[in-house]
Design a protein around this ligand. Sequence first.
Ligand code: HEC
Ligand code: HEC
Ligand code: HEC
Ligand code: HEC
Ligand code: HEC
Length: 432
Amino acid sequence: MIRWLTYLAVLSVSVAGIVVLAAHGTMRAAETPPENSATAASPAALLDFPEGTATPSDQCGACHQTIYKEYSEGAGSDLHWAEMKLLSLKDKALAFPKGSSLSPTAHSVAGTDPFPLEAMQVEENGKRCNVCHYPQPIEYPDMAATKIEKAKPRAANQEVGITCASCHLTPDGKIRGPYAVEAPHATVKDERTTTSIACAVCHSEGERVIGKQTQTFLEWREDFRKPGLGPQQCQDCHMPKTVRKLAEDFDVPERVVGRHLWTGGHSFQRTASALTLSINQTEVGMPQLVFHVTNVGAGHSVPTGSNRRAVYLMAEIVNGKGKVVATKEWMFAPWMLGRPDDKAFLDEDKKGHDPIATSQADAQGPHETIIRAGEQRVFDWTPEIAKGGYTVRARLIYDLNRYNDRAFKDDQNELTKTTLEIAITKQLASAR
Ligand code: HEC
Ligand code: HEC
Ligand code: HEC
Ligand code: HEC
Ligand code: HEC
């Protein structure tokens, strides 16, 4: 009770808290004491969140200040956002409004980042996208569920994006977290908050289809967790831990906190840690090359998630004069649908769901599938080159949007590169 009185005292002096409470009028007396909550015995007023997952995150940020700075500004991350082009170089550049942070987390900008907004507008006004991009409070599925069911979409206030409440509010209006705490809102201790199941509903859809997009949780469960490649949950890689207070102005102990940063495709460090690349000449004197691309860093396929992502393996052979004499390129990317992207379906695509996105994917034709957790992919190349000395150069490039002009580089970054000196002393049977 003494601790609870302290909260109320803090509440009445916390300027930010008061502004938030006054502005949204969310303070009310708890008519029925919430179950399973450390505050159940307390007669004190509890905050509730009538706007549900559309509750703006700065309301929570008034008390959870550092977490809010991580979420909204990427404080402590290497996140960086650049302009995006949808298709052609001539398209207008999609950028955040001037003055915005350029290192916010993707969750916090899910309602303002112009790339998904434009993409949603062209497809049925986003109707089918909102189940993940703006869901109502989610229930955690069963860890072993064969099918990940969709959440219900939220109709209102999409501009607030994926909010604190999107992940923390339960369907019955409590705030879930890993601890048993006393808080000025109803809380429920749920240890599953620190496991991959907390991410499943938005980071997977339907049943496992190897190679398809929106499969990250299922890729983790089937390819990483099940065979025992590692003990890590999503949070262990994407929410690295530290020790500090959860709510700075309150008389509470320091606790272990997962940093709310979620670095992914917009982080050089994250993407660069996923894959390694090596080149070998399989037979001395012959132009027979192999490239090994190995998923050593991701707990799922690479690139995972949206079908827009791609990784290119680009190889070239340079002669003694510095001239490029042969080039070769492979693209690996998630399929749009549950089958390989294929030009043969272009007419059918026009009649189906998401006609623009499906035809974009199929127009690129067949390509390499994504590299699964722990997988080493081997690419062979036997270039037709004359006898002599050469340098083989190879690079891996990550692309946030494989559908726009490849000459647009602001959405690409080099993951790694390597070279090999080779001497060709024998001719291939096919070469003259
Ligand atoms: C309520 C739905 C939801 C939940 C739950 C959720 N995410 Fe996300 N996540 C999204 C959406 C939507 C995006 C893309 C937002 C955008 O770019 O507009 C995203 C983006 C990301 C990205 C960044 C990708 C990039 O482009 O940089 C990472 C990493 C990520 N989520 C990890 C996680 C992890 C780990 C968890 C579990 C702890 C999690 N997410 C839980 C919906 C969710
Ligand atoms: C008026 C201040 C205040 C506001 C506003 C507030 N919280 Fe809290 N919250 C607290 C305090 C205090 C604790 C307990 C901290 C502790 O004991 O370490 C807490 C605890 C939590 C926990 C940990 C729960 C657990 O069981 O582990 C989560 C998660 C959380 N809050 C999320 C939120 C979210 C999401 C919002 C907005 C929808 C929010 N909070 C709004 C003060 C606040
Ligand atoms: C994408 C989902 C997601 C969003 C958005 C999100 N959180 Fe969390 N939060 C989590 C997960 C998962 C954990 C558990 C992390 C771990 O493994 O320790 C967590 C933990 C917490 C905790 C307890 C400390 C800890 O790390 O265990 C607090 C407090 C909290 N979040 C507050 C917030 C606030 C405030 C916001 C908005 C500024 C927010 N969260 C946004 C997923 C989210
Ligand atoms: C062992 C560490 C590790 C684990 C465990 C892990 N990830 Fe990742 N994650 C990575 C790496 C490395 C990348 C960068 C490569 C890529 O994009 O596939 C990444 C990228 C991502 C992205 C960015 C995709 C994009 O398009 O920008 C998302 C989203 C994501 N992970 C979600 C998750 C979720 C959800 C889980 C749990 C089901 C998870 N990750 C488990 C290491 C990990
Ligand atoms: C199954 C959940 C889910 C559905 C359904 C979904 N998305 Fe996403 N989307 C995500 C997640 C999670 C990410 C984060 C990156 C990743 O995983 O690759 C994302 C990322 C994106 C991005 C890239 C954002 C960036 O800034 O790089 C775009 C664009 C996008 N989605 C558009 C759409 C559109 C358009 C639709 C509907 C036709 C849609 N999404 C449906 C979950 C979903």
